[in-house]
Write a protein that binds this ligand. Structure first.
Ligand code: TXA
Ligand code: MG
Length: 322
């Protein structure tokens, strides 16, 4: 079990305490509207090294730098194209990460040696307060991957974070509690280093929304040279077999939209009433099924475009193509 400090209902004092801890080189897990992140000082190589150790993640997988507002963009990125500024103005604060050419303050230890940096302004009030407070006392920002062990399901509550990382955190590290993540899946990632935006990871901000704003946008193809950890690992993989769009058998766990009936003898573990609700409950359902120690989770995938596509992308990885 962890010796790390735990703060719930984070008030100004716990935010100040957490920002000071990050400045001192410690780790702070914090809520965002997408999933919980594991934060460290983005300009402190030793602190960032601990993120990789605690996650068990290879150091060539880059981290997202979380900033407090669009005003910080020029500090961390150079040659920012006009369409990227448009995207930032429209979707920040929110579930969107922009990949940009890095400025000279961005170290190799953040980018895995690449010349680009991922930037995001989260909208969760605790995340916002923490990042703003840390920027005030540092001249830096917060580097944070999702607060799970490498290849595991992202955490959407502080309890999930402790379950994932508790044994790897030290007594100086802390976890901020902000309830369940509102969106429940990771941010949309857009590569903004070319003439047109390229979507690297689907999320709540949809291709259609980006298209409406910018005109042109494409999805990353298999041969793209951009390094992107999601492509290299079996991400979002629970212990149970996740099986998609099959009729469940007796004893199987089952997740399907609320209007779909439950076959007899099947353990219905989640019945989302909307696509948003599906995203919000997806990862906690995968965790629940593992806690139950059940062999199979049958998932009837949500239909449609946008967020539903992002959910299906996660499910495909969780099911390893099953
Ligand atoms: O919603 C989110 O994005 C959450 C919250 C905590 O902000 N963060 C998150 O971080 O999902 P992580 O590290 O688990 O996933 C970020 C992905 C990784 O696959 C990483 O390879 C990619 O973003 N990435 C980060 N910087 C990049 C860069 N410069 N170029 C290409 N991909 C990058
Ligand atoms: Mg992750």
């Amino acid at each position: 079990m962890s010796n790390s400090q735990f703060f719930s209902n984070c008030g100004a004092d716990s935010i100040r305490h957490a920002a000071a801890a990050i400045k001192a080189g410690h780790l702070v897990a914090f809520p965002t509207e997408t999933v919980y992140g594991l934060g460290a000082d983005a300009r402190n190589p030793e602190a960032v090294k601990r993120i990789y150790e605690v996650k068990g993640r290879p150091t060539d997988h880059p981290l997202i730098v979380h900033i407090s507002s669009i005003r910080q963009l020029d500090k961390w990125a150079i040659d920012v194209p006009e369409y990227a500024i448009k995207l930032a103005r429209k979707f920040w604060p929110g579930p969107l990460t922009l990949i940009l050419n890095r400025s000279q303050i961005v170290g190799d230890f953040i980018t895995g040696g690449q010349n680009t940096v991922g930037l995001r302004v989260p909208s969760d009030p605790i995340a916002m307060a923490l990042i703003s407070e840390f920027e005030k006392i540092s001249n830096s920002a917060i580097a944070a991957p999702s607060a799970n062990r490498f290849g595991q399901v992202s955490p959407t509550s502080s309890a999930d974070v402790l379950e994932e990382l508790g044994e790897y955190l030290s007594e100086h590290d802390s976890v901020l509690d902000g309830g369940n993540s509102l969106i429940g899946i990771e941010s949309t990632i857009i590569d903004c280093t070319g003439l047109e935006p390229v979507i690297l990871r689907l999320g709540k901000v949809t291709k259609l929304e980006i298209q409406e704003l910018i005109g042109k946008v494409s999805l990353q193809s298999g041969q793209s040279k951009t390094k992107f950890s999601g492509e290299f690992e079996k991400h979002y993989a629970p212990k149970a077999n996740v099986i998609l769009d099959k009729v469940p058998s007796k004893g199987d766990c089952y997740m399907a939209m609320v209007q779909i009936p439950t076959p007899e003898g099947v353990n219905r573990v989640c019945s989302p009433n909307s696509v948003e609700d599906f995203a919000k409950n997806l990862y906690s359902t995968l965790r629940k099924v593992d806690a139950l120690g059940v062999k199979n989770l049958i998932v009837i995938q949500p239909e449609g475009q946008g967020l539903a596509e992002a959910i299906r992308e996660r499910l495909l990885k969780a099911s390893k193509g099953r």
